[in-house]
Design a protein around this ligand. Structure first.
Ligand code: PEP
Ligand code: MG
Length: 580
């Protein structure tokens, strides 16, 4: 290794943990097919037939890919979805051919335009689906020219390689399995893209969103990817390499040992129990939660059900999704949050007027009240599936009792309709509210009397209480879970629920950060709904302390005057598990 070359560290978004080193394999997808022929096809019918043959070939590829991923259920699901999307696009592609385009041009125009539209969406869940469309576009273009899908190929590299690329599609990522790939570093991408999900399922450390990456890396450079911290180091010096290797070995040992504990109860040394549930952002997370021993789903974000192409799913389609999730959980609880559209989760209706201040506008429950038909469709679907297992309804962005009463009336009306139609349903599933507006936290004692459970959403609670836009990196340092005001709001909410004898969960990200898990347990919180990856660490941490220790820490924190003092005390007192 050339210690003389200065080492460069770049920061990106960590999406799949682990620390690995390898030689850079620069991968740039070069289109092998020119879609630009402007000459209209002589015979549109023959051109449509060519497109259909290509679509069949593409589907055969997708089936083969799915089969090669047997045992990786989640990944197989992604490619199953690609086949469905392909079918959905066929009428539009065929009509573009009838309008005078060649098959290649139709594919490039229709799919490319759609992918670009998705990428521009403010809703990150939707925006990140653009990669899937690009994947399909490439697959079809290749099929049209008789080529097979291509993937980064380490060839005869004599050691592990790090794939460095502008972006990778889900297919390209899945095809890395079993090759000599140490890690992936990408310039584009987001934390919830399918590429990130696949890298995680294949246990390949991965960092995305690394600005300037491909300009700075030369083929063959030594690269260290720390997928837990989100860093990429180019040409690390020998001391750094040693540290990276040690970190990687520790990470792998820790992950394996944490997973082996998934069946153990989340219980303190003195026998006090906590319930660990999973936050589900899209269906693959359900399996990840179950694998980590989650007792159910504490937050099922239903916004992923919307796609700009298909709009909102029908009642029956929603029933299918909720039922499949419930079945996977095998008796575990499924807490379905009603639509939380608006602000960071873009509205599905283009006719909704743009708002000057969307985080405080017609979002979430207010959006549902403004769109009673969409709300009713969702409620009917939930009530139908509630007849089949432990399904609970969770209302987001509740500001006060009026919101609860309006939502309860909508639920009663949906139940009455189903009853009148003779459709099987449960009219009275447990109904809970998210406490994510400071007004709701301050009046939690009033709200809790009228509902079955509370769930604290710190992602929004902190945003609103401290006036810090949760999406704005320029104020990220002011987003302080340990601010005394936040601690008081959370403590007050927990106490209100405890006094009323009703369950309270935290489903905001704060609950999964090790130091706060201990603090919250000390405050009396006994139910945590976490991003699946955080569950094993929270379990190990809770199993390493006593209630007395946690309580004493919480009492000290509640007396402190600044976020910094709280942070310092927590960091001195709690030894996070692994990267924490
Ligand atoms: C929250 O606000 O804490 C929460 C869990 O909901 P979301 O992040 O989906 O707004
Ligand atoms: Mg929220």
């Amino acid at each position: 290794m050339a210690d003389a070359v200065p080492m460069t560290e770049l920061q990106g978004i960590p999406v799949s943990g682990g620390s690995r080193i390898g030689r850079a394999l620069l991968y740039e997808e070069t289109p092998e097919v020119s879609p630009s022929s402007a000459v209209p096809p002589e015979d549109p019918a023959a051109e449509v037939a060519r497109l259909r043959r290509a679509a069949e070939l593409a589907k055969e590829d997708l089936t083969a890919l799915r089969e090669s991923m047997a045992g990786q259920e989640g990944i197989a699901g992604i490619f199953g979805a690609h086949a469905v999307i392909l079918d959905d696009f066929m009428p539009r592609l065929e009509s573009a051919i009838h309008d005078g385009m060649t098959a290649e041009r139709a594919v490039a125009t229709v799919l490319h335009t759609y992918a670009a539209e998705l990428a521009r969406m403010r809703n990150r869940l939707v925006a990140q689906r653009s990669q899937d469309i690009v994947d399909l576009e490439r697959r079809l273009l290749r099929a049209l020219s008789g080529l097979r899908p291509k993937a980064p190929d380490p060839g005869k590299a004599d050691g592990p390689v790090v794939v460095v690329a502008h972006d990778l599609t889900p297919t390209e990522t899945a095809q890395l399995e079993g090759r000599n790939i140490a890690a992936i570093a990408l310039e584009l991408g987001g934390a919830t893209s399918h590429t990130a999900v696949i890298a995680k399922s294949l246990s390949i450390p991965c960092v995305v969103g690394v600005a300037g990456l491909t300009e700075r890396v030369q083929p063959g450079d030594m690269i260290w990817v720390d997928g837990s911290k989100g860093t990429v180091v180019i040409e690390p010096d020998s001391a750094t390499v040693e540290r990276a290797v040690g970190l990687g070995e520790r990470y792998e040992r820790l992950e394996a040992s944490l997973l082996r504990e998934s069946h153990l109860p989340a219980e303190t040394l003195d026998g006090h129990h906590a319930r660990l549930l999973a936050n589900v952002e899209f269906p693959l997370d359900v399996r990840a939660g179950i694998d980590r021993g989650a007792a159910g789903v504490g937050l099922f974000r239903t916004e992923f059900l919307f796609t700009p192409d298909q709009g909102l799913p029908s009642e029956d389609e929603q029933v299918k999704t909720y039922r499949a999730t419930l079945e996977l959980l095998g008796g575990g609880q499924l807490t379905i949050r009603t639509f939380d559209f608006g602000a960071d989760k873009e509205t599905p209706f283009p006719s909704d007027e743009p708002e000057p201040n969307p985080a405080m506008g017609v979002r979430s429950l207010r959006w549902c009240f403004a769109h009673p038909d969409a709300f009713k469709t969702q409620l009917r679907a939930i009530l139908r599936v509630a007849a089949e297992g432990d399904v609970r309804i969770m209302l987001p962005m509740v500001a006060g009792l009026e919101d609860v009463r309006m939502a309860q009336a909508a639920i009663r009306a949906a139940a009455a309709e189903l009853a009148a139609e003779g459709v099987e349903h449960r009219p009275d599933p447990p109904i809970g509210v998210m406490v994510e507006i400071p007004g709701a936290a301050v009046t939690a004692d009033l709200l809790v009397r009228h509902v079955d459970f509370l769930s604290i959403g710190t992602n929004d609670l902190i945003q609103y209480d401290l006036a810090v836009d949760r999406m704005n990196p320029h104020v990220a340092r002011l987003f302080q879970p340990s601010h005394p005001s936040i601690l008081r709001l959370i403590d007050g909410t927990i106490q209100a629920a405890v006094e009323a004898g009703k369950p309270v969960t935290m489903c905001g990200e704060m609950g999964g950060q090790s130091v706060y898990t201990v603090l919250l347990f000390g405050m009396g919180l006994r139910s945590f709904s976490l991003t699946p990856g955080y569950i094993p660490r929270a379990r190990r941490l809770l199993r390493s302390l006593t209630l007395r220790e946690a309580r004493s820490l919480a009492n000290q924190c509640l007396r402190m005057e600044t976020a910094e003092e709280v942070e310092r005390l927590l960091l001195d007192s709690v030894q996070p598990i692994g990267a924490g």
